[in-house]
Write a protein that binds this ligand. Structure first.
Ligand code: GAR
Length: 219
């Protein structure tokens, strides 16, 4: 399979984007990053991407009369660079249902929780408030709802009694940086496919791994 052409959409820091750019620098990786686009001109991720030589662009949503107009312009840019897949990486803007439908099965998001738990904002604070012992991140195809859509891959991290929202966010973010390149590679290789609204993964060996938190004693 040819290397897939991937555009990454950001709004801010861009650390997930940089994890994808770093992974794609490996000739064995099944995707090329052909564009990093931000809806905010001041996104710190833009300079980081540009420093690696990846093409960057700004499409300032404030200069468009509405969501449809912005999403149409976005769609045009993605077609212009020949994107096969689009990765949202901290892209904090809701996309219109028609844009999502046009990119069905080719639009991927990362969210900082084990979906379907904690969609939306402040996921780490809400995980602490709920008292969950495992938290994490999810990579999923984008569906019409908020942070919903078929799950491609997830990473779980423990939640300790000493955690603050900041310490938990840092642990999850570290996992995100490993999870997103892994999930994108599965999709780009055709090993993660949408079948009847769910993602079926091929070529993954059954793993005996299990994460207990608190750790389970040997029995
Ligand atoms: C990441 O934690 C990502 O999961 C989250 O925004 C952060 C972006 O960080 N995305 C969402 O909350 C989407 N609902 P980054 O700009 O350093 O990649």
């Amino acid at each position: 399979m040819a290397r897939q052409r991937v555009a990454i959409l950001i709004s801010g820091r861009g650390s997930d984007m940089m994890a994808l750019v770093a992974a794609a620098a490996d000739p064995a990786y099944p995707a090329d990053i052909v564009l990093v686009l931000s809806n905010r001109p001041d996104a710190p991720g833009l300079d980081k991407a540009a420093a690696t030589g990846v093409p960057v662009e700004v499409l300032d949503h404030r200069t468009f009369p509405g969501r449809e107009a912005f999403d149409d312009a976005l769609d045009a840019r993605l077609h212009a660079v020949g994107a096969d897949l689009v990765c949202l990486a901290g892209f904090m803007r809701v996309l219109t249902p028609s844009f999502v439908a046009r990119w069905h099965g080719r639009l991927i998001n990362i969210h900082p929780s084990l979906l379907p738990a904690f969609p939306g904002l402040d996921t780490h604070q809400r995980a602490l408030a709920a008292g969950v012992k495992l938290h994490g991140a999810t990579v999923h195809f984008v569906g019409p709802g908020l942070d919903d859509g078929p799950i491609i891959a997830q990473a779980a991290v423990p939640v300790t009694s000493a955690d603050t929202a900041e310490s938990l966010a840092a642990r999850v973010l570290k996992a995100e940086h490993r999870l997103y390149p892994l999930a994108l590679a599965l999709v780009a290789r055709g090993e993660a496919k949408l079948v009847e609204g769910k993602v079926v993964t091929q070529g993954i060996a059954t793993s005996a791994g299990v994460l207990f938190w608190p750790p389970a004693p040997d029995i």
